[in-house]
Design a protein around this ligand. Structure first.
Ligand SMILES: *Cc1c(COP(=O)(O)O)cnc(C)c1O
Length: 400
């Protein structure tokens, strides 16, 4: 190999390093939980999306074992060849039933990851019409953006939360296939999209509304059915995506939409068709996770995490913190510069607290932040420790 190939990559890596943008992997030795061992060191973690504390739940782990016993380890093929097991089918029935009150005539389709589900959605909803247009919220998740790049549709971006801008774009559109796409809970900001207004616009202009509820499914709504339950929305314009690796604590994602939309995805969505079905044991374990989510225990866990959110916000409200407006488990503290955010995360890490620094391109330049995520598995005391550490770091800085 000529050395130039590698030298180019090394030069770019050095550049990232200088800009405070080089990312590193940390190795967790223990299950996902507030108390973890990372790179051999005991830490209190505020970084997972395991909002209900189910990722290491003994009942779900047992169901995973049971599923492996019934169905084996691997699916062996893609869904359309021979990999679609009874476990996948049962899971899809349960998910469709959960979303039917909000998405009329719903069927559900299970994917290995939310990333792949979003590629499938963006391409399948537009591939029948060369004139299709996608209207995308500015802070949408990278998986939606990649899906739009893959789709051969024109993409119009509207500013964060800007319903009026979207209305203008929709009004000006001549396309017969309009698809409005938004996260429900914004993954790096924690705020909610104005879904009621967006849906009204979509109904008026004959557009689909694709709602990516990765951070809402399981946590929002009295019974954990997600943002549509939380806001009491129902419409045949809705196409819903929920993920199952966050609050549900396992892995994968699903689309819930009109049965014909789902059937169309089975025909056309390449990220569904050309990939091996995930292990049926995961789908089997998810049935137990859903039992917990929709039951009394799930409701109690949602209340508990709500209390922790309030405690954290109250604890930081006095200080000089740029805590974003958010009522969800995602509580970002904007720091600004990349180095400053990294320094803050490193100072917390030295105190035994694991909070990720989120930098561009994940967030806009100049808005690097600490992304604190809370889980029902945290205690009030855990949150108090975080607040004390943050205040101590700020006091040290004020002295320096
Ligand atoms: C995490 C996430 C995804 C991707 O889901 P995975 O199952 O992790 O691939 C999609 N959209 C949003 C908003 C997310 O936060």
């Amino acid at each position: 190999m000529t050395m130039e190939l590698l030298t180019r990559i090394q030069r770019e890596l050095n550049l990232l390093e200088q800009q405070g943008l080089r990312r590193i992997l940390r190795v967790a030795d223990t299950p996902c939980a507030p108390r973890v061992q990372v790179d051999g060191k005991p830490m209190l973690a505020f970084c997972s999306n395991d909002y209900l504390g189910l990722a290491a739940d003994a009942r779900i782990v047992q169901a995973l074992r049971e599923g492996a016993g019934i169905y084996g380890a691997g699916s062996g093929a893609s869904h359309l060849i021979s990999g679609h097991s009874r476990a996948h089918a049962l899971l899809e029935e349960r998910l469709a039933h959960m979303l039917e009150p909000f998405v009329p005539s719903a069927k559900a389709l299970y994917f290995s990851t939310g990333y792949m589900a979003n590629l499938a959605l963006m391409t399948a909803l537009t591939c029948m019409d060369p004139q299709a247009e996608i209207f995308s919220e500015a802070l949408n998740h990278a998986s939606l953006i990649d899906g739009m790049r893959l789709a051969r549709a024109a993409v119009k971006v509207y500013a964060h939360g800007d319903v009026a801008a979207l209305e203008q774009l929709l009004g000006a559109s001549k396309s017969a296939t309009k698809v409005v796409v938004t996260d429900s809970v914004f993954s790096m900001d924690g705020d909610l999209a104005p879904l009621r207004q967006l849906l009204a616009l979509c109904e008026k202009h004959g557009a689909w509304l694709v709602v990516d509820d990765a951070h809402g499914f399981g946590v929002l709504g009295r019974r954990g059915h997600g943002v549509l339950e939380h806001l009491d929305l129902r419409s045949d314009h809705l196409v819903y995506l929920g993920t199952l690796g966050k609050a549900a604590g396992v892995s994968g994602a699903f689309v819930a939409a009109h049965a014909d939309v789902v059937d169309w995805m089975v025909q056309k969505a390449r990220s569904y068709i050309y990939t091996t079905a995930s292990s049926p044991a995961l789908a089997h374990a998810l049935l137990t996770s859903l039992d917990i989510i929709v039951g009394e225990e799930g409701a109690q866990r949602r209340v508990r995490v709500g209390e922790l959110i309030q405690a954290m916000r109250a604890g930081l409200s006095g200080g000089n913190w740029n805590l974003l407006m958010s009522d969800t488990c995602i509580q970002p503290i904007v720091v600004g510069g990349n180095e400053a955010a990294l320094d803050m995360a490193a100072a917390l890490f030295r105190k035994g607290l694991w909070v990720p620094a989120i930098r561009p391109p994940t967030v806009p330049r100049g808005t690097a932040r600490l992304r604190v995520t809370l889980s029902a598995a945290h205690t009030v005391d855990d949150v108090r420790q975080l607040l004390e550490a943050l205040n101590a770091i700020q006091a040290e800085e004020d002295h320096a």
